[in-house]
Design a protein around this ligand. Structure first.
Ligand code: GLY
Ligand code: MN
Ligand code: MN
Length: 436
């Protein structure tokens, strides 16, 4: 659970990094129609949530460092007893101050009258241009209105600065409280994968495993899957973002499940691949062991002071060598790596930042160089091998096998912590669990 004091610290840190005489403006996510008059479950914008903990749409956060009448201003929906009967409780401006620590709060309907006055006289506006085209237009109208009055002595802002850079750099480094929440998200997702392994048998359908996984999420209080769950039997495991999940699971095939939950706003992202009937075939096991070795090699390098690409490079090494050893590639390993020959079988990178968003924010390069890993960074490590059904360049026995193994890893001062270790991944562990 992220406490009010942590939200406050985040706002203070952001304001400390902003220039003097500046203002930051951050909008809440809009509600989105799913069908006619029903909406997708609401998901707050991660930047907005990170700074406020406020989970309502139609809200705008304004931060003005050094403003004597209050630095943290929130525009939000007014209380409305009739609407609240239908759609649920609203904090209202008073609640925004009492429960979310706003220094000042106003009804969102009054923003046109109030925000231009707050912008006036600030040199610099921090804002994520292009994220919400409607708000972009509105903001420009307010700024133009200030400019039109320049002759009366009002000062329009001189500079617009992308807010993302400052804010996303902060989000990249997870606090102890965030890591605690992410560890819980990882444990819930790991339990879901164990449940799927324990229940799977030939003849079930992919969507039934999806239901088992998502049942476990929901029962543990994780509000949503962090992304559309992927359950691919056989060759469907070779489709990286396969989300149809409609097919039957066949005896003798593997099933690849890539599913994680969102718990208190933080994502987990786990992939496990296991035999539908509980026992790996010779070919499946041979390829699986390569992916697992690649993953171990990459986790080994996910350390303070290593650079972002080192774990990826390790997976490329292990996978290329493994494919040569099994005869799926032929030639010299270094030459094959140089040519990128592994990309026929391993076409994605070894991981990504993980946090409030599954593909979380944060730069991967600093001044054109891969950035160094530091304590508090959280990422996935997820190599894979995918032998397409139609890959006629390899012996038929390998075709249609798709394998990925994915864990969530925190860089710590002393090494690494795997947040998703409760999900079995060695051949023996998986076969033992499924035999039970
Ligand atoms: N589930 C999306 C990913 O692994 O990146
Ligand atoms: Mn994944
Ligand atoms: Mn991932």
């Amino acid at each position: 659970m992220i406490k009010a004091t942590e939200y406050q610290r985040r706002r203070q840190d952001l304001m400390a990094a902003m220039a003097a005489d500046s203002i930051a403006i951050i909008t809440a996510a809009p509600e989105r129609v799913r069908s006619r008059d029903t909406y997708f479950p609401y998901r707050q914008d991660s930047d907005f949530l990170y700074l406020t903990g406020f989970n309502e749409p139609e809200a705008v956060l304004v931060l003005i460092p050094g403003r004597t009448q209050g630095e943290f201003i929130l525009f939000c929906r007014d209380r409305d007893p009739d609407k609240e009967i239908w759609d649920g409780y609203r904090a209202g401006p008073q609640g925004a101050c009492e429960h979310y620590g706003a220094d000042d709060a106003f009804p969102i309907d009054d923003i046109d009258d109030i925000l231009p006055g707050l912008i006036e006289g600030r040199e610099r506006v921090y804002y994520a241009v292009g994220k919400d085209p409607n708000f972009d237009r509105q903001l420009m109208e307010w700024v133009n209105a200030i400019r039109a009055r320049a002759r009366t002595g009002v000062i329009p802002p001189a500079e617009f600065v992308d807010l993302d850079h400052l804010l996303h750099e902060m989000r990249l480094f997870k606090s102890a409280a965030e890591i605690k929440v992410m560890a819980k998200s990882g444990r819930i997702a790991a339990a879901a994968h164990r449940r799927a392994m324990g229940i799977c048998k030939p003849g079930m359908y992919e969507y039934q495993l999806q239901a088992e996984i998502e049942h476990e999420f929901a029962m543990a209080g994780a509000s949503f899957p962090a992304y559309s769950s992927i359950v691919g039997g056989g060759a469907n495991g070779c489709v990286l973002h396969y989300i149809e999940n409609r097919d039957r699971l066949n005896d003798g095939d593997l099933v690849l499940i890539d599913a994680g939950c969102e718990y208190q706003g933080y994502a987990s992202d786990i992939t496990r691949t296991f035999p539908v009937n509980g026992k790996f075939s010779g070919e499946q096991k041979a390829l699986y062991e390569i992916v697992l070795d690649a993953q171990h090699a990459a986790i080994e390098l996910t350390q303070n002071g290593r650079h972002w690409n080192e774990p990826h490079e390790a997976t490329v090494q292990v996978i290329t060598r493994g494919l040569v050893d099994l005869g799926l590639l032929s030639g010299d390993v270094d030459g094959l790596i140089e040519q990128g020959a592994y990309r026929d079988f391993y076409m994605h990178r070894a991981g990504h930042w993980l946090g409030m968003d599954v593909h979380d924010v944060g730069d991967y390069k600093v001044e054109h160089q891969w950035r160094l890993l530091e304590p508090g960074m959280v990422m996935t490590v997820e190599p894979g091998i995918y032998v397409g059904r139609d890959n006629t360049r390899v012996d038929e026995k390998w075709r249609g096998i798709g394998i990925r193994i994915e864990d969530n890893v925190v860089v710590t001062r002393k090494g690494t912590e795997i947040l998703t270790a409760d999900a079995p991944k060695s051949v023996d562990e998986i076969e033992a669990l499924m035999a039970d």
